[in-house]
Ligand binder design. Structure first.
Ligand SMILES: [Zn+2]
Length: 366
């Protein structure tokens, strides 16, 4: 079973693996290798999802898919200026407020990545009223040090190439870490932790551990993975944002270091009109297992976000779904943070949940 230090190394490795939505192949092959070393079989489906399966000992028990998304938010090159600056479109939810002055990596068509930055207007060149103003994406640009469009093209960088935050990883006080793309390196580290536990103790139910594509883009990779895996129920490993920073107080009671968090309702309204209200049977089972094992369980219910479960739950006759995971702060910024103690407990709790599933588990909503 993976110990906390091994989990730390795993999340650090995944945080540093470049994996923009739609460009997840590096991460997919890495995860295929990491999960495949434990599972009965592992493969990558047509969409690019990694599916590692552990055969259960009871074929009558419902099968369970545990998934985390491999992809990350970032940008796509949309125009190359004659003097070599790159314009871009965002991929996923990113605020203009957090990108000026950050380091990025720009991919070429051959797969090489080059360092660059999103330029911030020189302080001394700003008018007084500009200093507190946020510039729209359309006015921003990436500088990779090139002097002409031709020089950029010679590197293999064209319109359509991927851009991500530059990898970074920092250890804070205690067991807290920070950096870009904890979302959802945390969930993937849990997948490997769970694989190592299942390798030692066979579950009654068959379990598919899945790394999904394009969550940040269209939140439907898991839906496609479920068609390949043919699962009966699913858990999405994606922690809610914590409400314990000065700017988030009152949003929810979820705190870093308080243990795994389950999301009882999420919903995204803007043009999406979708979300997930937790399957009560799965939630009650998770709650009981957490109590039995002495693992704290935090609860979240919030609008403004959704995960792949929104679409996954509508597959086939309906797939019971639960969202849970490691709480994080500052999500979708270049410096997110989480607590490794929470991370470790998420894997232990999910493993205990798996252990509890037998042929009598009721998949119906009631
Ligand atoms: Zn995200």
């Amino acid at each position: 079973m993976l110990q906390r230090n091994e989990l730390r190394e795993k999340i650090k490795d995944y945080m540093g693996t470049i994996r923009l939505s739609g460009f997840e192949s590096r991460m997919a092959y890495k995860l295929l290798n990491d999960l495949g070393s434990y599972a009965d079989r592992a493969s990558i489906d047509r969409m690019g999802n990694v599916i590692a399966t552990f055969n259960g000992t009871d074929p009558e028990a419902p099968s369970l898919m545990i998934f985390a998304h491999m992809d990350v938010i970032g940008f796509i090159v949309s125009r190359i200026e004659p003097d070599g600056f790159l314009r871009f479109e965002r991929v996923g939810g990113i605020s203009e407020k957090i990108v000026q002055g950050i380091a990025v990596m720009v991919g070429s068509e051959s797969g090489t990545f080059y360092p660059g930055m999103i330029g911030a207007k020189a302080y001394h060149g700003q008018l007084a009223e500009e200093k507190s103003k946020v510039d729209p994406f359309s006015s921003l640009f990436i500088d990779i040090g090139a002097g002409s469009e031709r020089q950029v093209n010679e590197l293999g960088i064209y319109v359509g190439c991927p851009v991500t935050f530059a990898p970074n990883y920092v250890e804070l006080l205690g067991d807290r870490i920070a950096g870009a793309y904890i979302d959802d390196a945390a969930g993937m580290a849990n997948l490997v932790q769970i694989a190592s536990i299942l390798n030692e103790r066979r579950p009654r139910c068959s379990v598919h551990l899945v790394g999904t594509v394009m969550e940040e883009f269209n939140a439907r990779g898991a839906m496609m993975a479920a068609r390949t895996a043919n699962t009966d129920m699913a858990i999405c490993l994606l922690g809610p944002g914590a409400g314990d920073t000065p700017d988030q107080r009152g949003v929810n009671n979820v705190v870093l270091g308080g243990g795994p968090a389950v999301t009882l309702m999420n919903f995204h309204g803007k043009g999406t009109l979708n979300g997930n209200i937790a399957h009560q049977g799965m939630y009650q089972r998770l709650r009981k297992v957490a109590e039995d094992r002495g693992i704290p369980l935090q609860r979240s219910a919030a609008r403004g976000a959704l995960s792949d479960t929104a679409y996954l739950q509508l597959e086939g006759l309906g797939i019971p779904c639960l969202d849970m995971g490691t709480p994080d702060r500052y999500s979708h910024s270049p410096m997110e943070t989480c607590d490794l103690g929470d991370l470790e407990k998420v894997g232990l709790l999910v493993a205990a949940f798996i252990d509890s599933i037998d042929r009598d588990f009721n998949l119906n909503r009631y």
